[in-house]
Design a protein around this ligand. Structure first.
Ligand code: UDP
Length: 232
């Protein structure tokens, strides 16, 4: 039995055979509003494992260094072991979610520029929005590392936006995380799935992501299946 290294809200991380590798197992558990709303969504783990595997493979092919090595089975993947940098990088191509609420903007507004936010990954503080200087002062990373992560984030947005649009899906916003390997290299880690992106059907603007759970819109599994079917 592989040793459990970490259990998060949606995934478990086990030690793999090789010291510098881990097995990431995707659960069906869904949480929202900083863990206040909880449920199990049938097949979510398997769907997110498939979707994230496809997207990380694509990003690797396009030159984005990331932790993904291979999909092992329905719910798990083999990844490079990293130490997660406690920052969430959020990209907003269209205004929605917390930004719409905080600044009283209409959801669906298209800004003239792409918006990059960073949040401090700390559950007991509710993952607060911070700025570059805070991140450095909190010793989360250096200014040079921030510049590298912003640059990768921008490239990732361009690649994903294009890939989704080919399948008539609008990439409204998304969150990514980076990690450091044993030798200090920064690579993309965690997952990219309908749990971590807002994805709208181009024609109908129907929500095909976790907002169906957050906002009690129903047909959550169907929406995730739709995303998988279009991108695979
Ligand atoms: N997001 C995420 N995990 C988080 C916070 C945000 O995956 O802890 C994703 C979220 O699904 C959306 C984007 O990042 O695609 C922007 O989220 P937002 O700041 O609008 O917050 P939310 O509406 O999730 O509270």
């Amino acid at each position: 039995m592989n040793k459990l290294l970490y259990e998060g809200k949606a995934k478990k991380v086990y030690q793999a055979e090789k010291d510098n590798q881990v097995i990431i197992y995707y659960k069906d558990d869904a949480t929202a509003f900083n863990g206040v709303k909880k449920a199990k969504i049938k097949n979510k783990g398997a769907l997110n494992n498939k979707i994230s595997s496809i997207l990380f493979k694509k990003l690797k092919e396009k030159g984005i260094p990331n932790h993904f090595l291979k999909k092992l089975d329905d719910r798990s993947q083999l990844c490079q072991k990293v130490k997660i940098i406690k920052l969430e990088f959020i990209v907003r191509n269209i205004i929605a979610g917390s930004m719409a609420k905080r600044l009283k903007l209409k959801e669906g507004t298209v800004p003239d520029n792409t918006i990059f936010d960073i949040c401090y990954k700390k559950d007991d503080l509710g993952d607060p929005l911070i700025n570059d200087h805070h991140a450095v002062a909190l010793n989360l990373c250096t200014y040079d590392e921030l510049a590298l992560m912003y640059d990768l984030t921008k490239q990732i947005n361009t690649i994903l936006q294009k890939a989704f649009l080919q399948e008539d899906i609008i990439l409204v916003d998304f969150k990514i995380e980076f990690g450091k390997t044993a030798d200090g290299t920064i690579i993309l880690a965690d997952e990219i799935s309908p749990d971590t992106c807002r994805l709208w059907d181009k024609r109908t603007k129907e929500k095909l992501d976790k907002d169906r759970f957050r906002r009690d819109l129903g047909s959550i599994e169907e929406a995730y299946v739709e995303i998988l079917n279009r991108i695979q």
